[in-house]
Write a protein that binds this ligand. Sequence first.
Ligand SMILES: [Cu+2]
Length: 327
Amino acid sequence: MAWLLVLQGCAGWQSALDPKGPAAGELAWLIWFFTGLCAVVWVLVMVALVAPLMMRSPARSEPLALDAGAEHRKVRLVVTAVGVTALILVGLTLLSFFANRTLAAIGSDAALTIRVTGHQWWWEVRYEAAQPSRILTTANEIHIPAGEPVRLVLTSTDVIHSFWVPSIAGKLDLIPGYVNVLDIKADKPGVYRGQCAEFCGAQHANMGTFIIAEPRPQFDGWLNDQLRAAAAPTSADAKAGADLFLKRACVMCHRIGGTVAGGTVAPDLTHIASRQTLAAGTLTMSRGNLAAWIADPQGIKPGSHMPVVDLDGDELNAIVAYLEGLK
Ligand SMILES: [Cu+2]
């Protein structure tokens, strides 16, 4: 299907027309098939509309007299067209039905279950495990092993959001008090961008997410790293920053594993510096952007649920030095 991507805009890390997994592949096939078939039908209808207008009818002595033979042919034509239309509609419905069955089968033997919870305006990502010490909570970036089925369990704490990573799977809503299941698989390692696809308030447009598919050994390494408690601060700046973090309001909302910071209403910061973006894809991860975000979250993401915490320059510097070390 790649040759159909005449527009380069259709390819890339966030495109339903550039599938990178079986679920998205099935849907892309449906999209192309529906579009192709409907295009053919449209052309035929246009021909049927224009051709009679162009035809010159033979001069007749009795213009209003009916030609029984011609009438009969016309009725037959219309009945045939109605029959074909019905067949096409039934056919397309069946195709959609079987595509749904394929989608549902992708994760039936998934070894990994990840609970994705929508918050205004970020994603909580929790790796379920039978052993409590192996349960991991992180945010916005979903690492998965490439080539393996993964089950996403979707829900929300506030309003309805919708999870959509177009190159990997179709969209599915996250609904408060209700659980939806989305099975996904990425064929190859890569980073696939997604975003909330259901208007959910002021910062809906800045509610991005990433599926990061890695080869199994790399994924296992990542998971084990993430399960470790936060790195202890080493420099004097970072030590001061760690103290400040625990004394200021930060600790009420954020968790940092291995410290007394245990807030759960905001992204877990235990390994914040290992992520590629900040604030659900709004900023790339860097020292400068960390500082900018903490100094003025309301300027960067107006309405977001992180308040401006009053810090002077030295305090900001120290907190950033601490967070930057949380790899
Ligand atoms: Cu949302």
